[in-house]
Write a protein that binds this ligand. Structure first.
Ligand SMILES: [Zn+2]
Length: 197
């Protein structure tokens, strides 16, 4: 479920739609949490779909650390990529604002964190645009993602969290807030996709 202080806006004919803040969203806010209505589809599930549904999944779903395709039921599926994303999801079940997001600003994610199977060209316009998003971006950028996520994580208790009731990993988050040594397992750092930190 996407943060309630967001809405869908049309960006451009080339980009399509995007997710925009309707109010200021401070660093550390959980901006999306996996919820019970999001669909999980295996490769086999996708093979069985009719063409139109397979195309929708290929366009809008992301791949989680377990290899499932996750199709969000709400406008979370319209998050656009930025090589300078203001939201990061470093574990499968939630993402956070990694810097302050002003009302009217687009919320973006780094698709490199979504286990892409194929490289794709990027012209996101960020000063540090990588030019392409690659399946092994985590090898080069994983450490930077983790640094940003760690800084945002410890702000979780200090800012309003309307998605807290949705979050499935509340207990694990609370435990890691109390004992930072638990953070690596919450962030799945034993999982090879997260790369070195
Ligand atoms: Zn880019």
């Amino acid at each position: 479920m996407v943060h309630p202080d967001t809405e869908l806006r049309f960006v451009s004919p080339a980009i399509g739609w995007g997710v925009f803040a309707t109010r200021d969203i401070p660093t550390g806010t959980i901006t999306w949490a996996l919820d019970v209505l999001d669909q999980h589809l295996s490769d086999e599930d996708i093979r069985r779909l009719p063409d139109y549904a397979r195309e929708l999944v290929e366009e809008y779903a992301y791949i989680d650390g377990r290899g499932d395709h996750i199709l969000c039921w709400d406008h979370a599926r319209f998050y656009n990529h930025s090589c300078d994303a203001n939201c990061l999801g470093v574990c499968d079940d939630f993402q956070m604002a990694v810097r302050d997001i002003a009302a009217g600003e687009e919320l973006t994610e780094d698709y490199g964190t979504f286990n892409p199977r194929e490289p794709f060209h990027c012209s996101c316009g960020a000063a540090q645009c990588r030019g392409a998003v690659l399946p092994d971006d985590y090898l080069r950028i994983g450490g930077e993602w983790m640094k940003l996520a760690r800084a945002a994580f410890f702000l979780i208790p200090t800012v309003p969290q309307p998605l807290w009731p949705v979050l499935r990993e509340r207990q694990a988050v609370e435990a890691a807030l109390a004992d930072p040594s638990l953070l690596p397992s919450l962030f799945g750092l034993d999982d090879v996709r997260q790369g070195p930190v």
